[in-house]
Design a protein around this ligand. Structure first.
Ligand SMILES: [Zn+2]
Ligand SMILES: [Zn+2]
Length: 323
């Protein structure tokens, strides 16, 4: 089992995900009358079995979990929340924006996969691939249902005998939150800052159209905070927090330069084909590749470095400076 004790704070628990990063790290933390859980994982059998083993190993009755906080609405973090709420009877809290996205993307009247298909078609994705992207997204729904009953989180929460500030960090998702313990200088970072991989920054239908601007702003804000260690949701904890933030910002600067050069009468799909030429992508990965490319293109356009014309497909080109 992938369980590590964080001194005096609680447990860091790796719950398997069927994605390359292998685990989502959830945090089980002591609260006066029971436990708090931050993030829960994706709803599939391996994750559910792992939680049952964890509770047995730690000799915790699931009913002792009173509160669940979700850092953001992505399925690898929130997909099991409905199941976990049923098992524990806990209240589930998240940021208002992501609470709405959870419903919009995975709710029973969701049009998100159709909207996604429309979005990628507008950006030059061939019909067949757009269809596969839609089908794949619909399938993912099974790993998220049932949805929990969600309440909106406040500015401060208490667990491990300490007061934690809830910090809104839009970018990776528009309603993403982190938890800061100022005196101990600990951040529970969700997917905002990760070791080894850079968090995916994407444009999704119904969400912010300038996620990369918001993300860079969130990173700059986080860099000013006192953080000795950041416990993120994938990979190892981060001890060189400010340095890692600089690396991620540099990665995006380089990516932006590359995409600006590629934007010569091309669609987002054609640009993504060049960017990801070294990888063979499945429909799920293509969805991320396109959405991430669009996020960078939107950034460049807002910075007046490129412009676009047309609607279906949307064609990007470099801005000609008229002197
Ligand atoms: Zn995420
Ligand atoms: Zn994640």
């Amino acid at each position: 089992m992938n369980i590590a004790q964080i001194e005096d704070i609680g447990y860091r628990i790796g719950i398997p995900v069927p994605f390359p990063m292998k685990y989502v790290y959830c945090y089980l933390l002591k609260q006066d009358d029971g436990y708090v859980l931050i993030d829960v994982g994706l709803n599939y059998s391996k994750a559910r079995e792992t939680w049952e083993q964890v509770f047995e190993y730690l000799a915790i009755n699931p009913k002792e979990i009173r509160t669940i906080y979700l850092t953001h609405f992505h399925p690898d973090h929130s997909g099991l929340a409905g199941w976990m709420q049923g098992l524990t009877g806990a209240k589930v809290y998240m940021h208002e924006i992501d609470a709405k996205m959870l419903e919009r993307v995975w709710g029973k009247d969701s049009m998100q996969s159709i909207r996604m298909k429309e979005m990628v078609l507008n950006h030059g994705v061939p019909e067949k691939l757009s269809e596969e992207i839609m089908i794949h997204m619909d399938k993912l729904n099974n790993s998220v249902l049932p949805l929990p009953i969600v309440e909106i989180i406040g500015d401060k929460v208490e667990f491990s005998g300490l007061v934690w500030q809830v910090i809104h960090t839009p970018g990776h998702s528009e309603g993403h939150i982190c938890f800061l313990q100022k005196e101990e200088q600990i951040l529970i970072a969700g997917d905002t800052v990760l070791e080894k991989i850079t968090p995916n920054i994407s444009v999704w239908p119904g969400s912010s159209q300038k996620p990369l601007h918001e993300y860079i702003e969130s990173l700059r804000m986080l860099k000013e905070l006192p953080v000795k260690v950041a416990y993120s949701a994938h990979h190892t904890p981060i001890t060189q927090f400010k340095q890692r933030i600089d690396e991620i910002i540099l990665h995006h600067d380089e990516r932006l330069d590359k995409i600006e050069k590629l934007a010569e009468n091309k669609t987002a799909f054609e640009i993504a084909e060049v960017l990801f030429a070294h990888k063979s992508l499945n429909p799920h990965q293509w969805r991320f590749a396109i959405a991430e490319t669009i996020a960078h293109l939107n950034y460049l356009e807002q910075e007046m470095r490129i412009e676009h014309e047309g609607t279906r497909p949307i064609i990007y080109k470099r801005k000609v400076n008229v002197q």
